[in-house]
Write a protein that binds this ligand. Structure first.
Ligand SMILES: [Zn+2]
Length: 326
């Protein structure tokens, strides 16, 4: 690459000695991978003063590119922060000279320390994709969509956001396995998502479902759903699932608690009323059982459901008959 390095005259801030240093102006790490190492070691464009040995930081404009990862980062000195609008305008003008299909997304940031941070964060290509998605649509003009300004705020929030995004991606992969009935693969992906973000609700919930519906591990399932409830105590689907697990484990009191909560959250759910009625029946609370089952019957959507509910009502009625007769 042309003029990737060049001699620059700088003055030592300690002893005021003027000297020429050989600086890197374009760090093309696919051509020169050692520049990436230097960046991480904090040695990129840092020199020892020839007179007093003080560290000299050259922090003027640097273009950092990694063609393999499709990464173009414009690094400016921290002092240029307030000039961000001018910088953007200039870059967008330059973009007009480049055919659209040859145009990479460009990132702007300030300071080499931030560059090292960002490069470390976006080593994984999916993170670059996520950053683009996050910033897509910002700015009025189309070309601005190719330009991403990485502010200090973003740098600080970056880790958590990347964690969330990474967890979302792993969740999507897991869900694809899940739908495809590849349960072991799904479990391992959901677990990876949770390693990335321990309170990732969808992963916890679906992991609970896999354990409950297919792997028949009620203990692990209960663990997942309980963790979910900590995050979203009033989620309809969750409360209902939790009730089903308790029912399966024959924790009738807990199951009843969930289904009574469930009918409050979903008063039009025939199934919620049915399960509440079932639990009340198992507790011997006959009148309430029939009340719930009748509501369930009114709300039932299919003949099949109606038949099942009628059979259950009949079952409880005949079971109770001897007692009533006494
Ligand atoms: Zn010096």
């Amino acid at each position: 690459m042309e003029n990737s390095h060049g001699w620059v005259s700088i003055t030592c801030p300690e002893c005021s000695a003027a000297q020429n240093v050989f600086t890197c102006k374009i760090a093309d790490v696919s051509e020169e991978p050692e520049l990436r190492q230097k960046l991480f070691k904090g040695e990129l464009n840092i020199f020892d003063c020839v007179q007093c040995g003080a560290k000299l930081h050259y922090d003027e404009y640097l273009l950092y590119t990694d063609r393999e990862k499709g990464l173009v980062i414009h690094v400016f000195s921290q002092d240029y922060g307030p000039k961000i609008n001018d910088i953007c305008d200039r870059l967008v003008k330059e973009f007009r000279l480049v055919p659209a299909d040859e145009l990479f997304s460009n990132f702007i940031l300030f300071g080499y320390a931030n560059l090292a941070k960002i490069v470390a964060l976006i080593e994984r290509p999916e993170n670059i994709k996520n950053m683009r998605a996050q910033y897509a649509g910002e700015g009025d003009r189309d070309l601005y969509r190719r330009l991403f300004i990485l502010s200090q705020e973003w740098l600080n929030a970056g880790r958590e956001k990347i964690g969330q995004q990474r967890a979302d991606e792993l969740f999507n992969e897991a869900y694809a396995f899940h739908r495809n009935k590849e349960y072991d693969a799904a479990v391992s992906r959901y677990r990876e998502a949770l390693a990335e973000k321990p309170n990732h609700y969808s992963s916890l919930f679906n992991l609970g479902l896999v354990y409950f519906n297919t792997l028949e591990d009620n203990t692990l399932s209960l663990e997942c759903f309980r963790a979910c409830r900590e995050i979203r105590p009033n989620d309809n689907d969750l409360v209902f699932c939790l009730g089903q697990i308790h029912l399966k484990l024959e924790n009738i009191d807990d199951a009843l608690g969930c289904f009574l909560n469930s009918v409050v959250l979903q008063p039009h759910s025939s199934l919620a009323w049915f399960n509440a009625g079932l639990c009340l029946g198992l507790k011997g609370r006959t009148n309430e059982t029939f009340d719930c089952l009748r509501i369930s019957l009114d709300l039932a959507a299919t003949d099949e459901d109606r038949t099942l509910i009628e059979k259950t009502i009949e079952r409880f009625r005949t079971n109770r008959q001897p007692e009533i007769a006494e």
